[in-house]
Design a protein around this ligand. Structure first.
Ligand code: TPP
Ligand code: SF4
Ligand code: MG
Length: 306
């Protein structure tokens, strides 16, 4: 059998995640691309528990457990320290959840991006503060249930466009990935590894526990998020050059994705229609940006622009 992603495993059995945890798959795929010469800066999140209690660890790379706000600044400091020691090869990765990225760690991340520090920041997005009991974050989608947005008062604002925020920093590389598309994810992390400067990878990682879904459909949910275009897979070079990686020929209705999850069970028909309209609008906007980049490139090739 020919494998389509690297065989090497840097994540062992014995981790402490729930059954069907998408964040765990995300780490496994990322490490396959990164290889052993990697160190991780992990703030408070599910992953600071999943790894295991010291001295035990399910990962075969060093981890620096850091405070909730500091994934990026700790990574920047580790990179600077390694370089002072003459080590320019080791990849320093900030690995944080959506709460630690979209909300509490955004200042440190923005600083690292503005300085174009030579680190890779990987956010595994399970759309809430899961480790402390499913509180809403700014990555939580509109109308979703969480313990702080109960069914009668579901989240009233849309998910924050974190990828757009990172692109606005004009860093060399920003990409979205999904645990349902390991080849795409391994390719993007490998590409980011070769780029000097600040890289941001946003991984869609379903959390069956917090999404009130059976553990065995984690990958199905992640795939449906791409097939419905709720979570498009794309990459942005230098903040302006957009490329969509997967364009579903026959996009599935958002209902197929939403109906599998207890966190959306209170949605009305009108809510679903509104979510569909928003998804269609966002997709058209993304497509226009990617097509604009294509025609711009053709213009440059034709010598129309410099
Ligand atoms: C300053 C600070 N505030 C709050 C906490 C409590 N806390 C630990 S993990 C966590 C949730 C993290 O959410 P996220 O970053 O989305 O990761 P997930 O748990 O979903 O994997 C919170 C609120 C903390 N450790 N430090
Ligand atoms: S709560 Fe969710 S993200 Fe955390 S370990 Fe369990 S499945 Fe994974
Ligand atoms: Mg989270």
């Amino acid at each position: 059998m020919k494998l389509t992603i690297p065989e090497q495993e840097l994540m062992e059995s014995g981790h402490l995640a729930c059954q069907g945890c998408g964040a765990t798959l995300a780490m496994r795929y990322a490490l396959k691309a990164l290889g052993p010469n990697t160190v991780l800066s992990i703030p408070a999140c599910c992953w600071s528990v999943i790894d295991g209690p010291f001295p035990y660890s399910s990962l075969n790379v060093p981890i620096f457990h850091t405070a909730f706000e500091t994934a990026a600044s700790a990574a920047s400091g580790m990179k600077a320290g390694l370089e002072m020691l003459g080590d320019v090869q080791t990849q320093v990765i900030a690995w944080a959840g959506d709460g630690g990225t979209f909300d509490i760690g955004i200042q440190a991340l923005s600083g690292a991006a503005e300085r174009n520090d030579n680190i890779m920041y990987i956010c595994y997005d399970n759309e809430a503060y899961m480790n402390t009991g499913i509180q809403r974050s700014s990555a939580t989608p509109w109308r979703s249930w969480t313990t702080t947005t109960p069914e009668k008062h579901p989240k009233s604002t849309p998910k924050k466009d974190m990828v757009g925020i990172m692109a606005a920093h004009r860093i060399p590389y920003v990409a979205t990935c999904s645990v349902a598309y390991p080849e795409d994810m391994v390719r993007k992390v490998t590409k980011a590894k070769e780029i000097t400067g600040c890289k941001f990878i946003h991984v869609f990682a379903p959390c069956p526990t917090g999404w009130r879904a059976p553990p065995e459909i984690c990958v199905k949910l992640a795939r449906l998020a791409v097939q419905t275009r709720i979570f498009p897979l794309y990459e942005i070079t230098n903040g302006v050059d957009y490329k969509i990686n997967i364009k579903p020929a026959k996009p599935k209705p958002v209902e197929e994705y939403l109906k599998l999850q207890g966190r959306f069970r209170h949605l009305t028909e009108e809510d679903m229609k509104q979510i569909q309209r928003t998804v269609d609008w966002e997709w058209e906007r993304l497509t226009r940006m990617a097509e604009g980049c294509e025609s711009e490139k053709k213009d440059v090739e034709k010598g129309k622009k410099v």
